[in-house]
Design a protein around this ligand. Structure first.
Ligand SMILES: [Fe+2]
Length: 456
């Protein structure tokens, strides 16, 4: 009898109990909660011939983007490759092999093909969705999921995960209404779906609905904080709303609490800490010793040259902490990364390296240099991955650098962009006032009296 997962895909080397446990591990991954890595390792220990248990382990390690994970993932791939497997399973292993070699785009294409043949292969879709995020492939964030959705129904196990991923893809493409509907439908089906919660959080961020965002995140804390490995990032989103509203005490409370109090922070947790401290730094808030602590955490668990988006965030910590040694070392390592035959060489050359130089320039008070380094990159910055909300830090750094460099025309233009995108944002209005923008034009909602810009 062929053993299958919960959605009907054959699982080589599994027995019925292992298949059920595997399906549950995928469920954990789909809601970003529990311990899917531990589950995969238990499955391998109980049955080393279970191909997809090895594949799941390799996906989880590689998608964590920590340099130390690479050898572990490679060993898991090699173990699975020695086993007989189906075409679907071999597709996973081929994609993993590309990803372990730093070929993000090839991995994306191969796992795309797996999902074309098997549109209910939730692991292939989640892994592909994550690669789309890491490569800034906005279109595929939406369409990889959209094209598979007709093969799903509300009764297909994990349907909420499809809705949550589709919601995030729609949001990254500016389709906020559809995104919010899909995200909220996912949460209605599974309140603990951390990715769906995250997708709606992004919609509220991008639409400048910061009070709504605070209410949305605080309404059901338990559903997205309990046992979730996306919790820090979702706390970060809550802090973003408070920051936008100028509620610095609340931001610092979240920074000192759930954002940095993780016992063993993962790479994405360090990124969130960097991204929030840098935003505070840009606003002139003295974050004190927090930079030093973060720089030491990077020193302990990170090495440069693996993924430019991570390196960019590490650089914030080194500049913030005044660690010139680590900042210089990081830039030097980028030169080596540029020579590697991996997609990260492109991420680094096109986006990461100039942005890291810009951070250093900003930290040294060379604001004009920071402006010149950021301007050619900001429109193509998606190429090194992340979300629109995360990459907003590039715009925030640029506008602050322009203001401090006295580049008034540019500062005014950037402030105008921001006000048009988020008319009611206190932060946008603050930039507008600082840049000397006296009017936001005749846009809907701007009466010049209540928006605070024309009166400034
Ligand atoms: Fe996010």
């Amino acid at each position: 009898m062929t053993i299958t997962d919960i959605r009907g895909h054959a699982l080589s080397g599994a027995n019925a109990d292992a298949a059920l446990a595997y399906s549950d591990a995928i469920r954990q991954f789909s809601v970003y909660a529990g311990d899917p890595v531990g589950a995969a390792e238990s499955l391998i220990a109980a049955g080393p011939g279970f191909v997809m248990a090895h594949a799941l382990k390799a996906w989880l390690y590689l998608l964590g983007t920590a340099p130390a994970a690479l050898p572990v993932a490679r060993a898991a791939i090699a173990a699975a490759e020695a086993l007989p497997g189906t075409a679907q399973e071999r597709g996973h292993l081929a994609a993993l092999r590309h990803l372990a070699a730093g070929q993000w785009h090839l991995a994306s294409r191969v796992i795309e093909d797996v999902a074309l043949e098997n549109p209910r292969d939730l692991l292939a879709l989640i892994a592909g969705h994550q690669i789309d995020y890491f490569t800034g492939n906005g279109r595929m964030l939406k369409d990889r999921i959209a094209r598979a959705l007709p093969a799903w129904s509300k009764t297909t196990p994990g349907h909420h995960s499809m809705l949550g991923m589709h919601a995030f893809g729609l949001e990254e493409n500016g389709l906020y209404g559809q995104a919010e509907r899909q995200g909220r439908a996912a949460l209605a089906a599974e309140a603990g779906d951390g990715w769906a919660r995250h997708a709606v959080a992004h919609v509220l961020e991008m639409q400048g609905r910061h009070d709504d965002g605070i209410a949305f995140m605080r309404e059901d804390l338990a559903s997205w904080t309990t046992d979730s490995f996306l919790a820090v990032h979702n706390w970060w989103h809550l802090a973003l709303y408070h920051l936008e509203l100028g509620q610095i005490d609340e931001v610092l409370e979240l920074v000192d609490g759930p954002i940095t109090s993780v016992a063993a922070p993962q790479m994405m947790d360090l990124i969130d800490a960097s991204a929030m401290l840098w935003r505070l730094h840009l606003r002139g808030v003295d974050v004190g010793q927090r930079w030093q602590l973060l720089a030491r955490q990077y020193e302990a668990g990170w090495s440069a040259g693996g993924y430019a988006f991570n390196d960019f965030h590490a650089m914030m910590a080194f500049v913030g902490a005044g660690r010139r040694d680590l900042a210089e070392q990081t830039l030097e390592t980028q030169s080596i990364a540029l020579l590697a035959a991996s997609d990260n060489a492109d991420f680094t050359q096109q986006v990461g390296y100039p942005l890291m130089q810009a951070l250093k320039a900003f930290g040294e008070g060379r604001y004009g240099d920071a402006v010149r380094l950021i301007r050619p990159v900001r429109a193509i910055a998606a190429r090194f991955g992340g979300s629109n909300a995360q990459r907003d830090i590039i715009d925030l750094t640029l506008i602050e650098a322009a203001l401090r460099a006295g580049e008034r025309s540019l500062a005014k233009a950037l402030a105008a962009e921001r006000v048009m995108a988020k008319h009611d944002s206190p932060l946008a209005k603050l930039f507008a006032r600082r840049a000397g923008l006296s009017s936001c034009g005749d846009q809907a909602g701007c009466d010049g009296l209540t928006c605070g810009i024309a009166a400034a």
